[in-house]
Write a protein that binds this ligand. Structure first.
Ligand code: AMP
Ligand code: GLY
Length: 456
């Protein structure tokens, strides 16, 4: 088989790496890819945002499957266009991608199917939004731009004044462009954040292993948010009971909702959750793998990923066995360029990659890199992710940081506390006393056959 991976980040390097190991795979193409993907795939210089050129590429290369990494091309309709051209694709069409593109549409779906989430009101007029804020007595509240805002459209506001300023920034100053035409004003949820990954073809759900990223740039979860500074898996603090509650109360009802709405959703369902004292609640949906979560997941997946991606694209996921996972631990440390997530320097020559990759259990996935002659230089904020496997979290951490320390460029930095267990409550304490899962539990089920959700 010939597979085209769309994108150029660490997530896409990890996907191309994993797919290239499949016995079913003859060739992987990556558009546009990076110097890392070039080691496992043939890079083709077509941007991930150039939809007509991508469709043309898939046709002229007669690829058997397209795997779309990032959300932007999915939101813009790449999967729909490929399907119209008769090409199999892993990734939802625009109706499915709306779950990530529009927080209001996601909230509509969550409410319609009574999936637990924060209560929210919608506004398309800043005056009315501010009027509503004035009527509130409990703070903090959360103000959110409806559209894609590169993770920056969410304002947690402690006071009325802050919330007014947020509404103005989003709706009047249009700080996030068209993403701010509409807003949500939402109840603040208290708890620990967690995320959950599943693959679905819109009918069958295949839940992936637990994985946790570290969003903030500084150790101890301080400083501004980033795309993710590191990752670990499995997440032992998510107890089995909590895991089952997320499955029963969030994932199964979401697939049911997609099925009822006749959204043929074929791809990744990545759910951002808040673990509250009243149980898990949905904070957001994403319609693609997380980066760097994907890097950790593919390292731990022992089964061949390609048949799973293919069955998802075909809508035959019910015929696939759940994947086997390596029980060992993975830690992924993101090496970033000084200044990130603000402005950062580019073009610094990188050394030590081969020595680092040769260490036991280590695999390096490149993201913001570029070839300058025969030399690899930095070309992004998150430059690469060093992943390492170990028998326990400590060994995985030691190996990842030992490899990280062998890599050098001017201005390189990382967080030194990736995979250090936080001291918060245990997952058991966040799980509800009543266990909704007396019924049954398996991580692979036909959502339609289950009847745990309230029918609307
Ligand atoms: P989102 O882009 O919707 O995931 O929001 C970005 C971040 O804002 C989340 O990861 C949370 O840390 C925070 N956040 C969003 N919504 C809420 C909420 N209702 N309550 C508390 N924190 C929230
Ligand atoms: N690491 C979080 C994300 O990919 O959105």
């Amino acid at each position: 088989m010939k597979v085209l991976v769309v994108g150029s980040g660490g997530r896409e390097h990890a996907l191309a790496w994993k797919i290239s190991h499949s016995p079913l795979c003859d060739e992987v193409l990556c558009a546009p890819g990076n110097p890392g993907t070039a080691e496992v795939a043939r890079n083709v210089p077509v941007a991930a945002t150039d939809l007509p050129a991508l469709v043309q590429l898939a046709k002229s290369e007669e690829v058997d499957l397209v795997v779309v990494g990032p959300e932007d091309p999915l939101c813009d309709g790449l999967a729909d266009q490929l399907r119209e051209a008769g090409i199999l694709v892993f990734g939802p069409g625009t109706r499915g991608a709306n779950l990530e593109r529009s927080k209001i549409e996601a909230k509509d779906l969550l409410e319609r199917y009574r999936i637990p989430t924060a209560g929210a009101k919608r506004f398309d007029h800043s005056g009315r939004a501010k009027g509503y804020l004035e009527s509130l007595t409990e703070w903090p509240m959360v103000v959110k731009a409806d559209g894609l805002a590169a993770g920056k459209g969410v304002y947690v506001c402690d006071t009325l004044e802050e919330a007014r300023t947020a509404v103005d920034a989003i709706m009047e100053e249009r700080r996030h462009g068209a993403a701010g035409e509409r807003i949500l004003i939402e109840e603040f949820l208290k708890g620990e954040e967690a995320s959950s990954f599943a693959i679905t073809d819109g009918e069958t759900l295949l839940i992936l292993e637990t994985v946790q990223d570290h969003k903030q740039v500084e150790e101890g979860d301080r400083g501004p948010n980033t795309g993710g500074m590191g990752v670990y898996s499995p997440v032992s603090s998510v107890s089995n009971r909590l895991h089952r509650q997320i499955e029963q109360r969030v994932l199964v009802p979401t697939v049911h909702a997609l099925s009822r709405e006749e959204i043929k959703y074929r791809g990744v369902l990545f759910v951002g959750l808040m673990l509250t004292d009243a149980g898990p609640r949905v904070v957001e949906y994403n319609v693609r793998f997380g980066d760097p979560e994907c890097q950790a997941l593919v390292r731990r997946m022992k089964s061949d990923l390609l048949p799973i991606l293919l069955a998802t694209a075909k809508g035959t996921l019910d015929k696939i066995e759940p994947p086997e996972w390596d029980p060992r631990f993975v830690v992924g440390v993101v090496a970033a360029a000084a200044g990130y997530p603000g402005s950062y320097a580019k073009d610094a020559p990188i050394s030590g990659l081969q020595e680092a990759a040769a260490l036991e259990g280590v695999e390096i996935f490149q993201a913001g890199t570029r070839l300058e002659g025969s030399e690899i230089v930095t070309n992004g904020g998150r430059v690469l992710c060093v992943t390492a496997m170990g028998d326990d979290l400590e060994q995985a951490r030691e190996r990842a940081y030992a490899a990280y320390d062998l890599i050098a460029w001017e201005g390189k930095f990382c967080r030194r506390d990736i995979g250090v267990r936080h001291q918060g409550k245990s997952g058991e304490e966040y799980a509800l006393d009543e266990d909704p899962d007396e019924v049954q539990s398996e991580t692979h089920r036909k959502a339609q056959e289950s009847n745990v959700w309230p029918r609307t």
